[in-house]
Design a protein around this ligand. Sequence first.
Ligand code: 5GP
Ligand code: MG
Ligand code: MG
Length: 183
Amino acid sequence: MDSAHLGDDLDHVLYTEEQIHARLAELAELIWADYHDKDVLLVGVLKGAVLVMADLMRALPGTVTMDWMAVSSYGSGTKSSGVVRILKDLDTDISNRHVLIVEDIIDSGLTLNWIRSNLLSRNPASLEICTLLRKPDAAKVEIDCKYVGFEIPNEFVVGYGLDYDEKYRNLRDIGTLAPHVYS
Ligand code: 5GP
Ligand code: MG
Ligand code: MG
């Protein structure tokens, strides 16, 4: 779905599909410089990261493997609490594996912080994080994120996998919604 199909639901576009793809290509280059000689497992967090994963992994110039986790984080409204439950665990035993978590967005960082600790307890050979978007609030929790696509302002964004009420994930661009959508 293109931004034009959203009509007046869309307030403004933050990043176009072309800008996202160009940035992912740059990240892929950095990632490959670090992992070309390692057997890397990309771990995506459902559902928001599906499009980042699809495009990032295809931008890599060699073979990688992929697995998925689904978690629910309890919180009020649009804020997460850091209390996380695993809805779908990895199929892969990650002990002694080089793991790269692929995320769509880090807001408070609470969810990812929990996932990170959980995966570290399984003794991977290494564990790093790649996120397409990061908000300033993320600085509140100490998360060492090695690959960041874009630092964005503190506003709620949709598209390119990111939803509002499960909608707009199939928007090609990343943008903000008009206030009337929320009310
Ligand atoms: P955190 O635990 O970092 O506060 O929140 C992480 C999750 O909240 C993300 O994986 C994403 O699902 C959701 N989230 C945070 N900010 C946004 C946003 O601006 N837009 C959308 N659609 N989801 C967000
Ligand atoms: Mg996510
Ligand atoms: Mg969501």
